[in-house]
Design a protein around this ligand. Structure first.
Ligand SMILES: *Cc1c(COP(=O)(O)O)cnc(C)c1O
Length: 356
């Protein structure tokens, strides 16, 4: 391995790339990782030397607090390669800020944004061959932080590890999605951690989602924890409802994740003169709209799938099917977003960030 240093980051390069062993045509989402990863430890009250080294295992004490108390947060973002071989990130400033917002909620020390950026751009440059051009291809980037201090005392850790992994992925197509509206379980509560990308939020969703799957649904549309009256998120995505030609989505609160895809869809809708209402959306209102034919579409919005059209929803054991729309907003926003991400059109909002 040869070592070098950027302004701040210590770099150990892999002797040999593993890229030739990867079947890029048959990737399973998030199972293969690029040659390098980023790592930075927090101890004695400060972040230590940031390091990039070959992707590989880490060693932790079995008493590391993350295993016992789940003190961990993460991010999800993507790099894209255009037809000229340039590599782009999409609104990376949003992820840098959000991981720190999540960290604050989980009593984890914030990570310096400038080191986050340098780590991100250095890693992507080093592993740029892992970003494939072409429809649907991208490099999924997973920054995360977790508590590493050994000790089962129930208090915030004094030590942490911040890491970034990168995984080449293909277009995420879930097929026809049928969802169930939650009437018993909840994803998040008032004053809880729903607005943070906390690892435990996902663990808590697995069991109710498995129950929904056994009944033939792919996802759950989460409702408010108090009375299950208001629609909040779809699985791990923000959710939009199109009633006639108006888009409805829940407002950001401490129960709702402030998604980058969500806010980008809202900005595009406003630009395209589509009415958007960020307000609480009643389950009863959507059931009624489905009955009277004004409910045209439901779709999820998130980095992994960009836009996921939902074909049917079930509430109180009644299934409501949605008809395909010729002027589908889901299709329109997916195209507009991916065209901006992949440098196939102008970037009126300055969302693209060129890495190399
Ligand atoms: C990550 C996430 C989203 C989507 O956020 P993006 O920034 O668009 O990827 C939505 N809901 C939840 C619960 C999430 O964890």
């Amino acid at each position: 391995m040869n070592s070098s240093t950027t302004e701040k980051i210590k770099i150990q390069k892999a002797d040999k790339s593993r890229i030739d062993q990867v079947d890029f045509e048959n990737l399973v989402f998030g199972n293969v990782f690029s040659d390098h990863m980023f790592e930075c430890d927090y101890k004695d009250g400060s972040w230590q030397t940031p390091t990039i080294r070959p992707y590989g295992s880490i060693t932790l004490s079995p008493a590391a607090k993350v295993f016992h108390y789940g003190q961990a947060v993460f991010e999800g973002m993507k790099a894209f390669k255009d037809e000229d071989g340039k590599v782009w990130l999409f609104r990376p400033d949003q992820n840098a800020k959000r991981i720190n917002k999540s960290s604050v909620r989980l009593a984890i020390p914030e990570f310096p944004e400038e080191i986050f950026f340098e780590a991100l751009t250095t890693l992507v440059k080093m592993d740029r061959d892992w970003v494939k051009s072409g429809e649907g291809n991208s490099l999924y980037i997973r920054p995360f932080v977790f508590a590493t201090q050994a000790g089962v005392g129930a208090s915030p850790s004094t030590e942490y590890k911040f890491m970034i992994l990168m995984s080449p992925v293909r277009a995420y197509y879930a097929g026809d999605i049928q969802v169930e509206i939650a009437e018993h379980y909840s994803r998040s509560a008032n004053g809880g951690v729903g607005a943070a990308k906390a690892a435990g939020n996902y663990a808590a969703q697995f069991f109710p989602t498995n129950l929904a799957r056994e009944k033939g649904f792919q996802q759950i549309i989460w409702t408010d924890a108090s009375n299950h009256e208001y629609l909040e998120e779809a699985g791990t995505m923000n959710v939009f409802f199109r009633v006639n030609d108006t888009l409805l989505t829940a407002p950001i609160s401490d129960r709702i994740l402030d998604g980058v895809t969500r806010k980008s869809v809202i900005a595009l809708a406003k630009r395209d003169n589509i009415a958007v209402e960020e307000r609480r959306v009643l389950v009863s209102e959507i059931v009624e709209a489905s009955k009277n034919g004004s409910l045209k579409e439901i779709f999820g919005a998130g980095t992994a799938a960009v836009i996921s059209p939902i074909n049917a929803f079930s509430f109180q054991n009644t299934t409501h099917n949605l008809e395909k729309q010729d002027d589908s907003y889901a299709v329109k926003f997916k195209k507009e977003l991916t065209d901006i991400q992949r440098n196939r059109c102008e970037d009126p909002f300055n969302w693209r960030f060129e890495v190399v």
